[in-house]
Structure formats: structure tokens, C-alpha cells
Design a protein around this ligand. Sequence first.
Ligand SMILES: Nc1ncnc2c1ncn2[C@@H]1O[C@H](COP(=O)(O)OP(=O)(O)OP(=O)(O)O)[C@@H](O)[C@H]1O
Length: 291
Amino acid sequence: MSSVIDVERLNLTYGDFHAVKDLSFQVRRGELYALLGTNGAGKTSTLEIIEGHRTATSGTVRVFGQSPRDRRAVRPRMGIMLQESGFSPDLTVGESVRLIGGLTQRTDDADRVLGIVDLTRKAGTKVAQLSGGEKRRLDFATAVYGTPELIFLDEPTTGLDIQSRDDLWEAVDRMREDGSTIVLTTHYLEEAQQRADRIGLMHRGTFHREGTVSELTRTLPAAIRFSLPASAPALPLRAARESEGKVLIETFGLQKDLHTLLRWAQDHAVELRDLEAGPTRLDDVFRALDI
Ligand SMILES: Nc1ncnc2c1ncn2[C@@H]1O[C@H](COP(=O)(O)OP(=O)(O)OP(=O)(O)O)[C@@H](O)[C@H]1O
């Protein structure tokens, strides 16, 4: 698979503050790459350099094999949804899409794009009168105008209700089917866990870990949780007692241990209240990082 983004030994300093430190990674064509990390880790700074908005202090960045500062070559091929929108409040929703869409030099139909984010009815409304979630959806609409080959989504679902989130991810899935490459940043780790092909986990300007979700989570055990009545007999597995009768079993053999537990409960007529069992979550990987 060829790479769409190549970052090599990237450094960025703001005055004497070293925000991005010797960062190297690649994003391959067609993949969804999630850049995750703590607040102030350097994700936005890194994205700004890749998007061509900021100059690196040192290192090389290539987008489609070109320098991102070569805007004429690169910009028409990228769609960018920033963390904060820069729309003019006096323009209408329709005018904003046409204006920003036009700047990308891609062609599309503004009505089609507004339909994706369910803003067709708001086409004549001034941006100043949109709700926070509607502005976010307008941001997304302008990023996907003309179905670009590479799309940056910087915390795209912040402030969106569940229906709008589902709609946004459905639109992303469709663009991936059409071959678009997606770079995502989010603090909603579940979204990244469900959708990312690979993840770069950043902290203080460098990667703590990089890999697929399963590469990142497989080093930590899965968890089985439930509550037991005080009268229950001894458990068949090693377990930790949490507060108020809650029990936690950590395991690297989730299926087998769950089977053992359920058979034991059945045999002893024990009710496992509030039973939950699941693989390691990215949240746990974050918490386990010594940061
Ligand atoms: N223009 C600037 N001047 C000085 N320092 C800056 C500037 N922009 C960002 N920084 C600092 O650089 C570091 C990285 O910031 P950046 O916005 O890239 O982090 P982030 O990973 O996107 O964080 P968050 O998850 O909070 O959005 C932070 O410590 C921030 O305070």
C-alpha cells in the first residue's frame, strides 16, 4: 500500500517550547489513521504542518509525495475540518459551502453536500444563527465538498448529538468506500477504537505507542464484571472484590473464562447481576500509559 502522508523526524518549537519531537509516521492510502493523545500532546500542531498551515522547525513532511507548503499541488486533494470553524457569521449556510468549496477547486453540488449533514433546510440561514452542533456539521460539509482524496477530521463529533454522530460516521464510511484516506483526532476513544485502522498515541510531542487497535490493546487483559449475592459459593476463577459486592475478573482468555463463569453460575443457580464482559478498551491503554 502506498503512503499518502509521510512524516519524518518532524520537530516544531514555539519559542523555546518543544511541542513536536522527532515524530515519524506514515498514513497509507485508504486507511483511517487516528492521532490520539493527551491535551497539549501536539496533535493539532502536527496536523497544521501536514495541512500546510504551519512550517516545521525541522524534519520532512510529504503529502501525496509533495511538500504541503506547495498549496496549489496539494490543497485541491485535501478536505479539512478544523477544531474551530472560521466561517463568516454573515454568510448563509449555502453561501459558506459554495465559497469554501469553490476555494478547494473541487466541483460538487452544494445541495448534495448539505444533504449529507441534514442542513438542506438551513441553506438560507445565516451562520451566526446556527447552533454549535449545526456549525460543526457545516464544517464537515465543507471538508467533504468534492469528495477529496484525503480528509482531516479534527475532533469532528464534539458537540454533536447521537443521530448527527451516526450520520457523520456513515458519511465517512461512504467516502472510504470511494477510496478517501482519513486522518482523525478525537478524545472519544470509542470512536477511534471502532473505526481506526491504525492509531498513533501521542504524549508531550512524541508517540508513546503506534499500531492497530488490537496491537495497542492486546498487552492488557480483558475484564469481566458482575455483582454477587453475599451467599454465593467460592468463584471458579481468580477475582478481585471491588466495593459493594462487585467482582472483577481480568483475563487474557476472555471466551474461555466467561464460559467457565457462566457454567459455574448455572450449576450453582447464582445470578450474576449487572454482568459485563468486554475486550480491553483504548481508555484502559491510555490509563495504563505511565503519563
Ligand atoms: N501558537 C502557539 N504558541 C505557543 N505554544 C503553542 C502554540 N500552539 C500550541 N502551543 C503549545 O504546544 C503544545 C501542543 O499543542 P497542540 O494544540 O498541538 O496540542 P493537541 O495535542 O492538539 O492538544 P488538545 O488535545 O488539547 O487539542 C501545547 O502545550 C500548547 O500549549
